[in-house]
Design a protein around this ligand. Structure first.
Ligand code: LRY
Length: 230
């Protein structure tokens, strides 16, 4: 197996992302969070944005999954071949891209996007962020190296479940086609363990580890809710 994937097998990957307008949107901050996650046992980091990825690549010695986000509707995760090439140029060993069957903004198919990326960066691996079983099947045919359940609940094809979309996890694992990274709404350690029991190759956790604004809101809402019923 590819040595980058071998390092991720059976482990936890931590997604370190801040969004436009947020106080932590800063490459140094995100890199420090990534380093802290590695200290806690993360075997890989998923990062967003070219500046963050360059800083993380320089500081980390674990595999880096890179992406850019362009907008937040439709195809927004590393949507074009040009975006993929820019992400690969940061040094990220795995490029995560939208792996759905939706039309891409540059008009290229997923297969053409993957082959264009691999022509320029033969060693780079491609993680296809999928929203459904049909996406995963198409991504396998298009030449992806790894499948993610990242977009289940975000494309309109699947309901947005409270936790991970276990049905889609089971379906994609049952394909037995490529390593499956379970990503999306893994909020508790028990869910990460459950993902492994269901055949995940590795688990990706973002919000529940690296997004303090959301975490604070969970607690603040709980406190406020308790006050309202007191
Ligand atoms: C749908 C989408 O845009 N997902 C993004 C993909 O990179 C990130 O916003 C998520 O934080 C990441 O997938 C990890 O998921 P969670 O934060 O639920 O653990």
């Amino acid at each position: 197996m590819n040595p980058i994937l071998e390092r991720l097998r059976g482990g936890l990957i931590v997604s370190c992302q801040a969004y436009p307008g947020e106080p932590m949107l800063d490459p140094r901050t995100m890199t420090q969070i990534a380093l802290a996650a590695v200290e806690g046992g993360a075997v890989g980091i998923r990062g967003k944005g070219l500046d963050d990825l360059r800083a993380m690549h320089a500081a980390l010695d674990v595999p880096l999954i890179g992406l850019v986000k362009v907008g937040h509707d439709g195809v927004f995760i590393t949507p074009t071949l040009a975006d993929c090439l820019e992400v690969a140029a940061t040094g990220a060993g795995i490029v995560a891209l939208d792996g759905t069957r939706r039309p891409r903004p540059d008009g290229l198919s997923l297969a053409a996007t993957i082959s264009g990326l691999k022509d320029a960066h033969p060693d780079v691996l491609v993680m296809a962020d999928c929203g459904s079983l049909a996406d995963a099947e198409a991504a396998v045919a298009a030449g992806a190296d790894v499948l993610g359940t990242t977009l289940a609940g975000y494309t309109g094809e699947r309901p947005k479940t409270e936790g991970p979309d276990w049905e889609v996890v089971d379906q994609i694992v049952a394909l037995e086609a490529l390593p499956v990274l379970v990503e999306g709404r893994v909020h508790f350690p028990e869910q990460a363990a459950e993902a492994m029991r269901r055949g995940a190759f590795a688990v990706v956790v973002g919000t529940a580890i690296t997004h303090p604004t959301t975490l604070t809101r969970w607690f603040a809402d709980a406190v406020g809710g308790a006050a309202a019923t007191a």
